[in-house]
Ligand binder design. Structure first.
Ligand code: BG6
Length: 484
């Protein structure tokens, strides 16, 4: 299968930081269909060789294990070419079309790795130039709007040129191996389904913690904040995968229909609930790993006195028969104690403990789905050490490390999603109605915050956020995983 991948925003951060390393990995793993071409598009004039040299140079800034040798890069770089385009000029799209038509690839994917303000013009021009045929797809990178109205505006423009099946909205968390394994765990095994309900599950926690600060992205981040950057998309997508009903098939729409139902079942926020069930924080200056680090307000391009949140913890519920009354806690933040993304399913304790010391929620079973830094599964149980008598039960865990189990190299989120986009596999992309429903749900929180002059609570770098986040779960008699 031949393909053309057009990267709009070909010299931008996303392209060299994430997409090129992912494409290189796919190439190295032998997964990129042979005979593909990758065309980077940007504003300035450069030759193909200059562009290849630019990307090669940038590889020195990506994770060491993902850097190519000179030889490997040279092989990969044969697929790369560059084209200068003024994104508002129809004749430039006509030229692009000629380039594509000369070859007549089986699949053509346009990846919009530009700022979202350019999405409308690119979509319109692609449509007008006839670059929206049945073998063509469009991939859109977040942020897709900053509220419901702006997301709907973008979706309308996209829909004017591309069908829903052609427009792929990326949420790179859905490409993480552990997330695909969550589907396999739930719907490929009979074991968990009978337990996957309010009668057996006490609460569910999704933590997406980062140890880095906002770095040089201060201006972008200050317009965004943790709720829009991580909760509206990544955390909610994980929640839907955990809470969805079994789909009738593995078909993309069957899965996305079920995810949408979960989003529609989330308890809507009132201003009182926002005050009670949502904690926002902002990191202050301090030390991290023995080094002094800036507070959010001292980061470059952050306006003085900003109320932008770098941390959110919230409690919600999925209002249906399976989940009624089960708290779902979502938490994310920058400059936290560790880079740690995981979902913890806390089961209810046994109804009648007969072993001494085994009472209470803290001794209950839990399933930990680890997304990063490692991906795997841990099932926490209690076991008797043996030796007879009335000894206490000890906690033990069954650990599954997917890399070891499959003796394979980890396939990153972008690698998986780029390959899916090229192959036209849609189930890991977000449909417009899911995305709009997620905005509908977070909007009351954004609105309540604009009415609240107190702003986010400060927290120390290297902590797990403001103390109010612990109080939020303690109110239900629960604790975050690291406090259990
Ligand atoms: C992005 C956010 O979507 O996800 C970033 O915009 C965040 O702020 C990143 O750092 C985290 O992704 P990962 O895969 O490194 O956890």
């Amino acid at each position: 299968m031949s393909f053309d991948l057009i990267l709009f925003g070909g010299t931008g951060d996303l392209t060299w930081r994430k997409l090129m390393p992912a494409l290189f990995q796919a190439f190295r793993h032998g997964k990129l269909p042979p005979g593909g071409r990758i065309l980077a598009v940007a504003r300035d004039e450069r030759s193909d060789d200059e562009y290849r040299a630019f990307i090669k140079e940038r590889f020195t800034e990506v994770e060491e294990s993902k850097r190519p040798s000179d030889e490997a890069f040279a092989d990969f770089a044969r697929m790369l070419s560059y084209r200068r385009m003024d994104l508002s000029m129809p004749e430039h799209y006509a030229g692009l079309k000629r380039w594509i038509d000369e070859r007549g690839a089986d699949k053509v994917v346009s990846f919009l790795a530009t700022g979202p303000h350019l999405f409308p013009v690119i979509c319109e021009q692609l449509g007008a130039a006839g670059l929206n045929g049945p073998n063509m797809r469009l991939v859109l990178e977040k942020p897709l709007g900053h509220d419901l109205a702006s997301a709907q505006r973008i979706n309308r423009v996209v829909a004017s040129a591309f069908s829903e099946e052609q427009a792929l909205r990326i949420d790179h968390y859905l490409g993480k191996p552990a997330v695909q394994n969550l589907m396999a765990l739930r719907f490929g095994n009979a074991l968990f389904e009978p337990l996957w309900r309010r009668e057996c599950i006490a609460n569910i926690q999704v933590t997406l913690a980062e140890s880095i600060g906002v770095g040089s992205r201060g201006d972008f981040y200050d317009q965004t904040g943790a709720l829009r950057d991580m909760i509206q998309n990544h955390a909610l997508q994980l929640l839907t995968m955990i809470a969805m009903e079994p789909p009738s098939s593995n078909d993309a729409d069957a899965i996305r229909d079920e995810k949408l139902k979960v989003l529609k079942s989330l308890r809507p926020f009132t201003p009182e609930m926002v005050a009670r069930d949502v904690v926002r924080g902002q990191y202050r200056a301090g030390s991290f790993d023995g080094k002094a680090v800036k507070g959010y307000l001292d980061e470059v391009r952050v306006p003085p006195g900003s109320h932008c949140e770098t941390f959110v913890a919230l409690r919600t519920e999925v209002q249906n028969w399976r989940w009624a009354g089960v708290p779902f806690y979502l938490r994310t933040g920058k400059r936290l104690a560790a880079r740690d993304a995981q979902i913890v399913v806390n089961f209810r304790p046994v109804p009648h403990p007969i072993f001494p010391g085994s009472e209470g929620a803290a001794r209950a079973n839990k399933l930990v789905i680890k997304l990063q830094p490692e991906d795997g599964l841990e099932l926490h149980l209690l076991a008797a050490k043996g030796g007879g008598g009335n000894e206490l039960l000890s906690p033990v865990s069954l650990d599954l490390d997917f890399d070891k189990a499959f003796a394979s190299e980890r396939v990153g989120g972008y690698e998986k999603l780029l390959l899916d986009a090229i192959a036209g596999r849609l189930s890991l992309f977000v449909r417009s109605d899911e995305q709009e429903q997620a905005w509908r749900w977070v909007e009351p929180v954004l609105h309540a915050w604009t009415q609240d002059p107190t702003g986010p609570r400060p927290y120390a770098p290297g902590s797990w956020g403001p103390a109010a986040a612990s109080a939020l779960v303690a109110r239900d008699g629960c604790a975050w995983a690291e406090e259990q």
